[in-house]
Design a protein around this ligand. Structure first.
Ligand SMILES: Nc1ncnc2c1ncn2[C@@H]1O[C@H](COP(=O)(O)OP(=O)(O)OP(=O)(O)O)[C@@H](O)[C@H]1O
Ligand SMILES: [Mg+2]
Length: 458
């Protein structure tokens, strides 16, 4: 295999003029360039010359740019690919980004923008294959190199330089806030404020004042003028967390602000212009909320310019050992304790748990282990013990010592047994339930009762 040549770019386009123009621009910009007119030739040249990057047309005579991207993903994942989209192929370009393109530009290709986009695409990616995340974790503390996580990193990098609104969807504890912070930290607004507003934590009658501020005397308890989060976030980023919990009346107000770019504090008729980039997150399924009449469709479309779906941890199990090691290291550091390692069996075992509480649950477990385990290596047995320490809700009638003891003994046995069967069945609830001769829903309820694989709050 020829070593990657930093300055060689492959142009794949069937339009002779576009191809020749692109090659000329690249050469003027200090790159070397080779070109190909179709999918087959493009892949052949790629394999032979291993260029540092690819400029890719989407509509080709013998296939599509998506075919090329997929082949490159297999052959040389992480290769920067800039997609060139023509009129009417913007949705295809978006699709290409999902499949792994690094960036896209629109035709007609202009020298300045082509070189700028290409330079950005070729910069070592934050989370690219060369980054040593084994020891440090990713930048902004993001860990995981499963395909879904790689896609998320690409979307973060793509969204960050723009002012585009992003809706981040995913189960509780899956990493939505971390993603929002990474987008801000990578954006031109990084030195400006990142302001968070948790829509679920604020009573609906106060949310308007939280967002837009109020004047003294605007309502009972408003004893002084107060700035809202939009104003605090001016020139920066506002992160609307748990968006799905925002009341309909607050949604209407928010929509107006997004449309008009001005806010008006409660109790005032003045308007003030604000320059705020809005990111939002939700663990609810917003289309379902729309169908129930609990969420405004027009607001959804305004906020959902780009969606980042964060898959639950149980669907990207290959990330578990790396995340676990990362959290062990963090927790040891924070507690001033010598670093601990995860034993191979323990790592394997963790990979099979259901992780209802996602990454947060894993983090909490590792924090407990750092404190619990005296030695250097965290073993399989200790992980099981720590899982049993999850606060298990006790039934009513606690406090009768004799029965409590019996119940405790039984619970301990049941926990042990279920955790072992779960591990043996690679975390599959269905197979474990079959093994144990109970219904799946029963098993689930039992696990919840016993605190197996259930998130503890942080
Ligand atoms: N990919 C990751 N790499 C490293 N740490 C992560 C990752 N994903 C999540 N975490 C950590 O897991 C915890 C939960 O993440 P976060 O708060 O971002 O989740 P969330 O989706 O916002 O959860 P919730 O819906 O409960 O608010 C945090 O401590 C976060 O730092
Ligand atoms: Mg959150």
């Amino acid at each position: 295999m020829v070593a990657a040549d930093k300055s060689l770019i492959l142009v794949i386009d069937d339009d002779d003029i576009v191809r020749a123009t692109s090659v000329a621009i690249l050469k003027k910009g200090g790159y070397q360039a080779v070109d190909a007119a179709n999918v087959a030739e493009g892949l052949r040249v790629f394999s032979r010359l291993r260029p540092a990057g690819v400029l890719l047309d989407l509509r080709l005579p013998d296939g599509t740019g998506i075919d090329v991207l997929q082949a490159l993903q297999r052959e040389a994942p992480g290769t920067p690919v800039v997609v060139v989209s023509g009129v009417g192929t913007v949705s295809e370009a978006v699709e290409a980004m999902r499949v792994g393109a690094t960036d896209f530009i629109e035709k007609p290709v202009e020298a300045d923008s082509l070189l700028r986009v290409l330079e950005r695409a070729l910069r070592p990616t934050l989370f690219g294959p060369e980054t040593d995340r084994e020891t440090d974790g990713g930048r902004f503390g993001m860990v995981g190199r499963s395909d879904p996580m790689r896609r998320i990193y690409q979307l973060i990098e793509m969204a960050a330089p723009t002012k585009c609104r992003v809706l981040i969807c995913g189960e509780s504890g899956s990493g939505k806030e971390l993603i929002a912070r990474a987008i801000h930290a990578l954006s031109p607004r990084r030195a400006r404020p990142f302001v968070e507003l948790n829509c679920a934590a604020i009573p609906s009658e106060l949310i308007e004042s939280e967002m837009f501020g109020h004047l003294r005397g605007a309502f009972t308890g408003a004893t002084a003028d107060r700035k809202g989060r939009f104003e605090t976030a001016h020139t920066g980023t506002l992160f609307l967390d748990e968006l799905g919990d925002m009341s309909l009346s607050a949604q209407a107000k928010l929509l107006r602000v997004l449309q008009e770019g001005v806010i008006s504090p409660v109790g005032s008729s003045d308007t003030r212009a604000v320059d705020v980039r809005v990111l939002a997150a939700t663990s609810k399924n917003i289309p379902e909320e729309i169908a129930r009449g609990a969420f405004r469709e027009d607001l959804y479309h305004r906020l959902n310019v780009l969606t980042i779906n964060v898959p639950p941890l149980r669907t990207r199990r290959q990330d578990v050992p790396e995340l676990a090691a990362h959290f062990l290291r963090l927790a040891s550091l924070e507690n001033g304790l010598p670093p601990k390692r995860l034993g191979p069996r323990a790592a394997d075992f963790l990979g099979h748990l259901p992780w209802k509480g996602n990454v947060r649950e894993l983090r909490n477990l590792m924090e407990r282990l750092v404190v619990m385990v005296p030695g250097e290596t965290v073993g399989h047995r200790e992980v099981m013990e720590a899982l049993q320490m999850n606060p298990a809700p006790q039934g009513a009638g606690d406090g009768v010592p004799q029965t409590a003891t019996l119940r405790e003994a039984r619970a301990r046995f049941e926990r042990n047994y279920i955790v072992e069967r779960l591990a043996a069945n690679e975390g599959s609830l269905m197979r474990t339930a079959r093994d144990l001769g109970i219904e799946r829903t029963n098993l689930y309820r039992k696990m919840k009762q016993l605190g197996i694989g259930i998130a503890s709050e942080d």
